[in-house]
Design a protein around this ligand. Structure first.
Ligand code: XMP
Ligand code: MG
Length: 177
């Protein structure tokens, strides 16, 4: 069924069952890959809150989770925008870190954040993203655990928003062209 979010119409794209199946798979792979380890999940707010919650419930190894926000500042003309992490309380040094993102689009956000995190010398650093708009890539990011590769179309729901709205939709919907 079509849904209106603010001034735009969206149509169903990934159902609750689709999302759940993808998360089951990702969680099973992570459970196996990190057997004997105690990873630290770092979920990037706001968009990833539902995904992180559902994924984390399926993690069966001992694990911690921390939530951060990334704020962009307009830097000097040479450096462009600079991303700063807010709320990272956990010590990342020598931890097995798994970043949890709702969607990787151009890859810009992670391409700025990952090097900062590497400075803190985690033992390992992997990326788990529910969605990847591969065609939109400008800054290539290696996604280690991925739910769906999707076309370069705007999506909402399941935590993802259009101008702040639509996060509460319990499935992922695509903009109607
Ligand atoms: P980059 O380009 O840095 O973008 O990889 C990642 C961030 O952009 C937002 N984004 C979206 N949000 N529907 C959304 O609700 C989309 O289709 C979409 N594409 C990108 C998102 O916040 C993500 O963290
Ligand atoms: Mg986001």
């Amino acid at each position: 069924m079509e849904k209106q979010v603010l001034d735009k119409s969206f149509v169903p794209y990934l159902s609750k069952a689709d999302i759940n199946a993808a998360i089951e798979k990702m969680a099973a792979t992570i459970n196996a890959d990190y057997d004997g380890k105690k990873p630290l999940f770092i979920a990037i707010l706001n968009g990833s809150f539902m995904f992180a919650s559902d994924l984390f419930k399926k993690i069966e190894i001992p694990a911690e989770i921390s939530f951060i926000k990334l704020a962009s500042y307009k830097g000097t003309k040479s450096s462009g925008s600079v991303v700063t992490a807010i709320g990272l309380e956990s010590d990342v040094f020598e931890r097995d870190v798994i970043i949890v993102e709702d969607i990787v689009d151009t890859g810009k956000t992670l391409s700025e954040f990952l090097p900062q995190l590497m400075h803190q010398q985690p033992r390992s650093l992997k990326i788990c993203a529910l969605l990847h708009k591969k065609e939109a890539t400008k800054f290539p990011i290696q996604i280690d655990y991925m739910g769906f590769e999707i076309p370069n179309l705007f999506v909402v729901g399941y935590g993802l928003d259009y101008n702040g709205y639509g996060r509460n939709i319990d499935q992922i919907m695509q903009i109607k062209e």
